[in-house]
Design a protein around this ligand. Structure first.
Ligand SMILES: Cc1cc2nc3c(=O)[nH]c(=O)nc-3n(C[C@H](O)[C@H](O)[C@H](O)COP(=O)(O)OP(=O)(O)OC[C@H]3O[C@@H](n4cnc5c(N)ncnc54)[C@H](O)[C@@H]3O)c2cc1C
Length: 319
């Protein structure tokens, strides 16, 4: 019975959060469609974790380090074997890169960055935030399989409660002549959590005044166990790398807690974070637009508030 195939990514056998979230919603959809939940990985060590999230089988292809071409070929081969009704990708850089390519190869439809998924009358129905999160579009995905990429943190990662490892099925594929080769890989600075994985994000804006003052943001992020975010103004100024940028031309995030300090709340920034569960804004201007989306607003100087908050977090953690 055709079910749901989820593209997963892992490190040392542990699935990334985005993959766990995609598997969890995949399980719900597989139940609704009356099929099995299966997964795809490039490392068989993910079988245990995949089983924990309900995958019956893990299709494993030896595709090496990530490249769009090899992974497209490998995943297309797995789709041929698994014949799923639905193919899901977590909204990581690789997932968002791969989904349209695989969709084109399979002549299937794809809904990207979705925050709601349902299986209704044999069709995948997806909800997507549009116009920078000001409206939602509900779309029906045509073609087989119906493909979607999930928005990080939109679907809770819930274990299936069974526990058996997924059965590993090796997939062979023809990668063809690679036109792209991996030249170098840059890992984030040591100890820095990625925005997509984080439950808490502490973001800094132009209110920080200069690059070195990002230490105020990093100190709180490290103390609280969160990731460092940034507005585009700070990225454009060269204060921090683009991988930290939140917004329309950066990352779209929806952590449990988003703390914005010295960020005005321009519409393009809000497009990337307004779906966060709890928003805390620190700004010295009481009229700053960020306060319109904030659940908790602190009007004041971030150079006083951030160190005090960091101290309180450290004290609370010490108890
Ligand atoms: C096509 C396009 C795409 C864009 N994409 C993005 C995007 O992806 N992400 C993004 O962020 N922006 C994006 N922008 C830019 C966006 O319009 C804003 O220019 C940008 O977000 C402003 O950054 P900011 O809030 O850090 O700076 P500002 O708007 O300059 O705000 C700084 C804030 O800091 C406050 N402040 C100053 N000093 C202190 C202090 N001591 N304590 C507390 N608060 C203080 C000020 O009151 C102010 O509200 C985009 C723009 C365009 C045109």
């Amino acid at each position: 019975m055709p079910g749901v195939l989820v593209f997963t990514e892992s490190s040392n056998g542990k699935l990334k959060k985005a993959s766990r979230e995609a598997l969890s919603i995949g399980r719900t959809l597989a139940n609704a469609a009356g099929g099995d939940l299966v997964a795809f990985a490039t490392d068989a060590a993910a079988a245990e974790d995949a089983g924990r999230y309900g995958a019956k089988k893990l299709y494993v292809a030896n595709a090496g380090a990530y490249s769009t071409e090899s992974h497209t070929a490998a995943l297309a081969a797995a789709v041929k074997e698994a014949n799923p009704a639905i193919l899901l990708f977590g909204g990581t850089s690789n997932g968002r890169d791969l989904a349209p390519r695989v969709a084109a190869r399979l002549d299937a439809g794809v809904a990207s960055d979705v925050d709601r998924l349902e299986w209704i009358d044999g069709k995948l129905r997806a909800r997507r935030p549009v116009y920078s999160g000001k409206a939602f579009a509900t779309v029906e995905v045509s073609g087989t399989p119906a493909i979607a990429t999930t928005r990080p943190n939109a679907f809770p990662a819930e274990e299936a409660g069974g526990g058996a490892a997924a059965e590993v099925v090796n997939v062979s594929f023809d990668a063809g002549d690679a036109r792209v080769k991996l030249v170098d890989t840059h890992t984030p600075e040591a100890g820095e959590m990625s925005l997509a994985e984080a439950d808490i994000i502490v973001s800094g804006g132009r209110g920080l005044k200069e690059a070195t003052n990002f230490s105020y943001i990093r100190d709180l992020a490290h103390a609280i166990g969160g990731a460092v975010g940034a507005s585009r103004a700070t990225v454009d100024a060269g204060w921090i790398d683009h991988q930290h940028q939140v917004g329309q031309t950066g990352r779209v995030v929806s952590p449990n807690v988003y703390i914005a300090a010295g960020v005005s709340g321009a519409i393009q920034h809000l497009a990337g974070m307004s779906s966060s569960k709890h928003i805390v804004a620190i700004n010295k201007d009481p009229e700053a637009p960020i306060f319109r989306v904030a659940d908790l607003g602190v009007v004041g100087d971030l150079f006083q508030i951030l160190p005090a908050l960091t101290e309180e977090v450290k004290k609370a953690k010490a108890h």
